[in-house]
Design a protein around this ligand. Structure first.
Ligand code: HEC
Ligand code: HEC
Ligand code: HEC
Length: 433
């Protein structure tokens, strides 16, 4: 039986490989749609900077607070070990200073390193493969114009067999399609620009669910996925479970400033995407992105979360804790909330002097699993958006896992009107991520 299975697996694999070889698209230059923030007429370095910002290269290639932009070393903790991002500064020994254009193109479009080794798809070449040759080389020119930082790369710490880079070749054969963006002439210029920006911003890498082999599930684009303890919500056009009911202005506000009043504030990995990347995009490009998002097929996704708009405001609108019943049900959570949280968030959940601290109506407080609520409590938030500091203290060290679970379930009950299911064991697990 076992031998039969192995044979079947090999047959399947060779089939996939043959299919891939036959369908191989060569590194065609590709024509990128014009972006408002990076028109082809803009000077090369300005374009490269804008494109690198839209692709958020800095988020993964810089250790926060190190002052060493693009010098790598950020850890990606996976169930099978740790991967470290690389130094991509102009340093000739540790960075990309000695890389040819072809080397750089092969890395960004195909996920292959300078010595021909496969790169781990923690580096989203699976999305960047769509970038045109000119755009990739503009990014290279920009990186090469910045200070070279001689920081030595850290070796990945992965368990066997995941430390075998050749195995990524097999993964690529099954899940990666090497292709440049091809504009759809039947769609508007804005739609094409938006689709290209979604590839640059690699929205799908976080928001599209994955199959058991870690490949993106095509046919479920942007329907919501779990990543490193966070939930990247469904952002399809579904009016109930996605963002179909948000107005264009609300989505634009969220992407440009990290908050859509009455819907959400961007925290965790999305807070980073807004803080490092999206807030700096040209408003016309954000509008294009929205034109594209509107056309992503509506789906419920694997974890449909409906935002309950009726019952919760009733319990929260009193402006105080809601009486003895709530107190009895949520003793510890309510007590902690009163002491540490109500000052900023208020009992009504409207947030004090800040739409960012509004809890009412968000997907997070309506998600009974409490994934992002737990993460917000453990990690807090610290973003600079424009000239505003968006801040919430991290409570991970202040509270035990039992306290965090009680708080999370209280927040879900009081603001979402739902029964939260967060357990202390889940909180303990999330701490390690
Ligand atoms: C989501 C995180 C992430 C983002 C965003 C990201 N990278 Fe990376 N990148 C990585 C990781 C992790 C590696 C190391 C992969 C490995 O060890 O196989 C890497 C490796 C690379 C390499 C190979 C370096 C070498 O020495 O082999 C290049 C080049 C690179 N990235 C360029 C970029 C550029 C340019 C951008 C923006 C367009 C970018 N990266 C955005 C995570 C990221
Ligand atoms: C690094 C991972 C990551 C990337 C890249 C990313 N997102 Fe997100 N996104 C998240 C997470 C996690 C959340 C939930 C944030 C929270 O709870 O505050 C989220 C939330 C959102 C929301 C709010 C949904 C809601 O119902 O509250 C929108 C809209 C959104 N993302 C759009 C985008 C778009 C458009 C892109 C690409 C330009 C993108 N995201 C790229 C991880 C990501
Ligand atoms: C100093 C003010 C401040 C305090 C104190 C504070 N918060 Fe926050 N909180 C914020 C801000 C601002 C945000 C929005 C962060 C962002 O946009 O990334 C936020 C976000 C959140 C979120 C994410 C909202 C969502 O919809 O997913 C939760 C949950 C949360 N806070 C719960 C708490 C709890 C529980 C406490 C007490 C232990 C607390 N906060 C204390 C200011 C505060």
């Amino acid at each position: 039986m076992k031998r039969w299975l192995t044979a079947a697996a090999l047959l399947l694999l060779s089939g996939v490989l043959a299919y891939r070889l036959l369908n191989r698209v060569d590194s065609a230059p590709g024509a990128a749609p014009a972006l408002a923030g990076a028109p082809p007429t803009a000077p090369l370095l300005a374009r490269g900077k804008y494109l690198a910002t839209a692709a958020d290269c800095i988020a993964c290639h810089t250790v926060a607070g190190s002052g060493k932009a693009f010098a790598g070393g950020l850890a990606f903790k996976l169930p099978v070990g740790v991967i470290y991002s690389s130094n991509i500064t102009a340093d000739p020994i540790n960075g990309i200073g000695a890389w040819s254009d072809a080397d750089f193109l092969r890395a960004v479009q195909d996920g292959v390193g300078k010595d021909g080794e496969h790169l781990y798809p923690a580096f989203p070449y699976t999305a960047y493969t769509q970038l045109s040759r000119d755009d990739v080389l503009a990014i290279k020119a920009y990186l090469m114009s910045l200070p070279a930082i001689p920081k030595v790369n850290r070796r990945n710490e992965l368990n066997f067999p995941f430390n075998q880079r050749w195995a990524i070749g097999i993964w690529n054969a099954a899940f990666f399609r090497d292709r440049r963006f091809a504009a759809d002439p039947a769609k508007s210029a804005a739609w094409n620009g938006g689709a290209y920006l979604a590839a640059l911003g690699h929205c799908g890498e976080c928001h599209t669910p994955r199959n058991p082999g870690f490949g993106l599930k095509h046919g479920e684009e942007l329907a919501g996925a779990d990543l490193q303890g966070w939930r990247a919500y469904n952002i399809t056009a579904d009016p109930k479970y996605g963002i179909g009911a948000w107005s264009d202005a609300e989505i634009a506000q969220y992407l440009r400033s990290g908050v859509a009043a009455g819907h959400a504030s961007a925290n965790g990995p999305m807070g980073e995407a807004v803080a490092h990347s999206l807030q700096f995009l040209d408003p016309a490009d954000i509008d294009a992105l929205i034109v594209y998002l509107r056309t992503v097929a509506a789906r419920a996704g694997n974890h449909p979360i409906e935002v309950e708009r009726r019952s919760a405001p009733l319990s929260a609108s009193a402006g105080t804790a809601s009486g003895p019943a709530e107190e009895a049900a949520h003793g510890l959570g309510l007590e902690l909330f009163e002491g540490a949280c109500a000052g900023c968030h208020q009992w009504s959940g409207t947030g004090l002097e800040s739409p960012y601290a509004a809890l009412q109506g968000s997907r997070g407080v309506n998600d009974a699993s409490g994934a992002n609520v737990t993460q917000a409590i453990l990690q807090g938030a610290a973003w600079r958006i424009g000239d505003r500091e968006v801040f919430m203290p991290a409570f991970g060290n202040a509270y035990s896992s039992t306290e965090v679970a009680a708080l999370a379930n209280y927040v879900i009950a009081h603001f979402g009107g739902k029964q939260g299911t967060v357990t202390p064991a889940q909180v303990a697990e999330r701490r390690g991520l």
